[in-house]
Structures are given as structure tokens and as C-alpha cells.
Design a protein around this ligand. Sequence first.
Ligand SMILES: CC(C)(COP(=O)(O)OP(=O)(O)OC[C@H]1O[C@@H](n2cnc3c(N)ncnc32)[C@H](O)[C@@H]1OP(=O)(O)O)[C@@H](O)C(=O)NCCC(=O)NCCS
Length: 122
Amino acid sequence: MPAKKKKQPSSVTGLGVDLAEVSRVRRLAASPRFLKRVFTPGELAYAGASKNKYERLAARFAVKEAVIKALDDTSLPLSGIEVENTASGRPRVSVKGRPGLRLLVSISHTAAYACAAVIAFE
Ligand SMILES: CC(C)(COP(=O)(O)OP(=O)(O)OC[C@H]1O[C@@H](n2cnc3c(N)ncnc32)[C@H](O)[C@@H]1OP(=O)(O)O)[C@@H](O)C(=O)NCCC(=O)NCCS
């Protein structure tokens, strides 16, 4: 009987946090060009369905910046980083074209600020 393959422990390869001002994102979001450059249709739909639309957009903006920090890669296009929520509301983040990438994300927001923390691991 072949030896059972031991599960390798995951190692953390990066950590990023970001804090976004809701009023700033609200101002920027007046531009359709900004919205298109930064957010995916799914993110716009999720935020638009809520009375906290700008808090949620600011949170997603913070996630994108936190992913860039966690991966140390400023060349990533913001709209290629996507936040989705499970049925329970838990956020997940993925990067277009990087299916193997493993990221953990957590989000919090108030009327004034949104913050996000992202851990990258392999
Ligand atoms: C889910 C919960 C922890 C969110 O906390 P909150 O202080 O209300 O709101 P925050 O701004 O800190 O967090 C909101 C973000 O939490 C994340 N979130 C929501 N549900 C989640 C879950 N099940 N797991 C992980 N993250 C979750 C989402 O990313 C959400 O932002 P988004 O909708 O823009 O993506 C909270 O609503 C909850 O259910 N708490 C349980 C205890 C409770 O009921 N306390 C109140 C007693 S009076």
C-alpha cells in the first residue's frame, strides 16, 4: 500500500491592508470611467443593491489595494481583482488570469471609512 501523502502546511506569502475614505470614493464614483476602470459588473450590482452603496464600493476599492500590497504587484489592473460574496455574506477575492492564487479577505465599513485585510498563501 503506498504511503499516505502528507498534507503540506500552507505558507503565508503576503499580507496587505487598506483603508478607504467613503466620501472620496463617492466623489470618484461620479465618473463612469472610474467605475469601469475599477469595479466589475458584479461588484457594481452588489453595491448598487444596498443602501450602503458607497461604503461597499469603498470596501471593494480597499480590497483591491490590499491585494496589490499582499502580492507586491502594482501592475495589477484594479478591475481584474474581483470581490464576490457567498450566500452568508462572506467575501471572497480572486484575480483574473491567476486561478491558482489563494487569497483570504476580510472587510469592515462604516459611513466614513472602509477597510480590508488580505492574506496571500500557497
Ligand atoms: C456579519 C457581521 C459580522 C458583519 O459585521 P458588521 O459590524 O455588521 O459590519 P462590517 O462593516 O464590520 O462588515 C461588513 C462586511 O462583513 C463581511 N461579511 C458579511 N457576512 C460575513 C460572514 N458570514 N463571514 C465573513 N464576513 C462576512 C462582508 O464583507 C461585509 O461587507 P460587504 O457586504 O460590503 O462585503 C455581522 O453583521 C453579524 O452577523 N454579527 C453577528 C453578531 C451579531 O448579530 N451582532 C449584533 C448584536 S446586537
